[in-house]
Write a protein that binds this ligand. Sequence first.
Ligand SMILES: CC(C)(COP(=O)(O)OP(=O)(O)OC[C@H]1O[C@@H](n2cnc3c(N)ncnc32)[C@H](O)[C@@H]1OP(=O)(O)O)[C@@H](O)C(=O)NCCC(=O)NCCS
Length: 148
Amino acid sequence: MEGLTIRHEVDESQLDDLIGLYQISWWGKHRTRDDLRRMLAGSYLVVAINDAAGRLVGFCRLLSDGVFRGTVYDVIVHESLHGRGVGRLVMDTLMNHPKVREIESLALDCLPDKVALYEKWGFKVQGSNFLHMSRRPANIQPPGAAGA
Ligand SMILES: CC(C)(COP(=O)(O)OP(=O)(O)OC[C@H]1O[C@@H](n2cnc3c(N)ncnc32)[C@H](O)[C@@H]1OP(=O)(O)O)[C@@H](O)C(=O)NCCC(=O)NCCS
């Protein structure tokens, strides 16, 4: 898509755009400007795609020690642009970044309908007896989760 700019920060003036992006997620609808400021400051790497008007239209971030482990979070594209390659741009930018390329193991959580998407960047569902465990608030559960 033309007119898009790749950045590695989200400006103060774009925090409302980011809140808007989270509205199409099941996990981030409640996030506030204050939370997001701290979240951005605490993230190892942020990918921010801006449109020609400077509006944030694509996002993801990585938490990492920079050497052994990294976890991808919050891959989101503005709904009006789905299916036009912005998600690919977000993930390509993250995965090809020099700060990310050298990290030993990367991980992410996703629903089954996103597996084929992330397989494009080498992520695999790990079919072993090694289970993912998490602790999260009762009101932030993936669609279809028991008790959700
Ligand atoms: C998932 C999401 C980021 C994809 O963004 P997008 O801009 O529509 O994706 P793109 O158009 O760049 O597609 C990228 C590639 O993935 C494929 N793809 C997109 N969504 C897919 C899906 N759900 N399953 C499998 N493949 C998918 C596309 O066909 C494309 O393949 P190609 O580049 O090899 O042709 C977007 O749908 C979104 O924001 N969803 C809501 C938030 C969300 O659920 N994020 C994922 C959290 S795990």
